[in-house]
Design a protein around this ligand. Structure first.
Ligand code: SF4
Length: 309
């Protein structure tokens, strides 16, 4: 059996869990290609204008797998449906809808996990149901899920430790969802530019709260209920003292990020902040001009600090 996974959005939140769950069941996993102009164009065609760029790119990745399905014998495309993790902890509504939208748009076989704690649909239950639906035994499915979950936790921990070790005297904190910062079209050009300019990039989503119920985000907002935005705020609290500046990257038009980023920018007063909003108009000149100016400010601040010391 072969499963296709779109390399976009939710996949970046749980890369090991998804991959290992299928692999441990003996299922072959293939991914959509890296984001490219064809994927972007298809995503725009298969989306409504009003949706965010990240969602459009996701649709392009699904289209990429649908096109490859016959030639590569892909049996199913995996589109998780993720909604609530707790009564007061949810995710952006785009994640609720992905599976139903794809089923209604594309002529392909889709499978899902339905994670919605508000209806007692836990992650454990969702993966067990999926394994059984694919024809695997109850015990084999449970073992695969538990092992994959453990491997995801170990991966997160190792990533965090690596990031802490890599902290240098020239750090920039990147505040963006992993599906934005690691995407070839949306965040990667920014990451590459910073690294080419000898800055160490610290990712806000990789922080000490990933494995615990860290609530340090409450220092910035007590009533936030988007799970992935809470995690980004935990990263800001943990790293803001250790970095020279903060760069936010969001996609147009993202409701949660527009609200949360604006709130943080008003509250974090002691660091230079750059707020980048990426859209589907391919024009990098303006982006690089803004990044260059921001880096100039950081370098100047460093020089002034050196003089004062
Ligand atoms: S959080 Fe923002 S970028 Fe992410 S899916 Fe929702 S609207 Fe799109």
């Amino acid at each position: 059996m072969k499963i296709g996974i779109p390399k976009a959005m939710i996949t970046y939140e749980y890369p090991v869990l998804y991959h290992k769950f299928f692999e441990l069941l003996g299922v072959q996993v293939v991914y959509s290609d890296e984001t490219n102009s064809n994927i972007l164009n298809d995503g725009i065609i298969y989306s409504i204008d009003e949706t965010c760029l990240a969602n459009k790119i996701y649709m392009g990745h699904v289209a990429n797998l649908v096109k490859r399905s016959d030639k590569e014998n892909i049996d199913y495309i995996f589109i998780p449906r993720v909604a609530f993790f707790d009564k007061k902890e949810t995710v952006c509504v785009k994640f609720y809808a992905l599976y139903d939208i794809c089923k209604n748009i594309f002529d392909a076989h889709f499978i899902t996990v339905n994670i919605d704690y508000s209806c007692h649909e836990t992650e454990f239950k969702a993966f067990v149901n999926l394994g059984i639906k694919l024809g695997f035994s109850f015990s084999k499915t449970i073992l695969a899920y538990k092992k994959a979950k453990k491997l995801q936790q170990e991966y997160d921990k190792a990533n965090y430790e690596k990031q802490i070790k890599a902290l240098s005297n020239k750090n920039i904190l990147l505040v963006a969802h992993p599906y934005i910062e690691h995407d070839q079209y949306m965040g990667y050009p920014v990451v590459k530019f910073l690294k080419d300019n000898q800055f160490n990039v610290i990712y806000s989503d990789i922080n000490n709260g990933m494995q615990t119920n860290n609530e340090s985000y409450k220092e910035l907002s007590k009533y936030l209920y988007w799970k992935y935005n809470k995690n980004l705020l935990n990263g800001i609290i943990e790293y803001s003292e250790k970095v020279d500046g903060i760069i936010f990257i969001s996609t147009f038009p993202c409701g949660p990020d527009a609200m949360v980023n604006d709130l943080v920018i008003r509250k974090v007063k002691d660091k230079p902040i750059l707020n980048l909003v990426v859209d589907e108009q391919d024009g990098s000149a303006g982006l690089y001009t803004r990044l260059e100016s921001f880096i100039d400010i950081l370098e100047q601040n460093k020089e002034e600090m050196g003089e004062r010391i």
